[in-house]
Design a protein around this ligand. Sequence first.
Ligand code: SAM
Length: 291
Amino acid sequence: MLIDTYGRPVTNLRVSLTPRCNLRCIYCHAEGESSPRKELPTDQLVEILRVAKRLEIRKVKFTGGEPLLRPDVCDIIAAVPEGLESSMTTNGTLLADIAADLKAAGLSRVNISLDSLDRERYRRITGRDRLDEVLAGVEASLDAGLTPVKLNMVLLQGMNEDEVDQFLEYIRRKKGLMLQLIELMEFNDCSLHGDIGRIEERLAQHADQVITRRMHHRKKYCMDGAEVEVVRPLHNTEFCAYCNRLRVTSDGKLKPCLLRSDNLVDIRNKSGAELEALFAEAVQKRVPYFQ
Ligand code: SAM
C-alpha cells in the first residue's frame, strides 16, 4: 500500500480525462490545472489504472474538464481492473443518453454538479442554459442505478446560499439522491465565498444522525430522509490530515495536492515498474496543505 511520510495511506485516485468542458462555471478550479497540454490516450489511462490497482488503490474517480466529452469514456471505465471501484464527477449535461452505458461499463455511481435548481441562476453560474439537460441526467442516473447520485452544490454567496432547503426537498422526493455541499475554493478572487459554517450549524441542529467519513473526515448529516455531506477544505487541518487522494492531470502528471503545482510528477508514456516508482515518488511528495 502507498503511505506518505505523514502516515497517510493513499487509496483514492482522481483522474482528469480531459481539460475540455462545455460549461463555463464562474468559479471553476479546473482541478488545479493551469495550462494542460494534450490529453492522455486510452491505452495510457488503462496502464495507469492497472498500476493503481497493483498499488492497492481502491477507488478511482473520473473528472475533467467534463469527462463525458471523451468519446472513449465507456472503454476507459470498462478497463478499470476488478476490485477498483470507479465513480465520476460530471456536470450532467450529457448524462441522459449515456447513463445506462456507463453503468453497463462498470461505473458504480456519479456526482452531478448542480449549483441551482433555478434556470436563470444556473445559466448565470455556468454560462449556459442547460439546467433541463442536467435534470434529465439526474433522472437517467437514478434509473440506471448509478447510486447514490450525489449532487455537488458549491455554496456561492448571493447566488445560491438561499437554495439549500429547495435542494433538501428535491433530494427527499427521489430515492437514491443525496446532497454534497461544497465550500468554494477561491482561485479567481471572485468574492463568492458563502458562509458554509452557518449552514452546517443549521444542519447539525436538525440532524437525527451525524456520520464522520474516513475521506477528509467529512461530516454527513442525516435528517428526515435526506443526507447532506459537507465538504470544507479551506484552512481545515483535519481535511488534509485525512486526505487519501492522489490526482492524475489530463496531460499525464501525478498531482499530490489540488492546491499546489510545484510538485508534479510526469508519467506520460510510462508503464510497469517505472510507473509504479513514479507513483511512489509522488506519494512521498505529499504534504498536508493546511497543517
Ligand atoms: N465537469 C465535471 C463536473 O462538473 O463535475 C468535473 C470537473 S469539476 C472541476 C469537479 C467538481 O469541482 C465540481 O463539482 C465543481 O463544482 C467543483 N469545483 C470546481 N471549482 C471549484 C471551486 N473553486 N471550489 C469548490 N469546488 C469547485
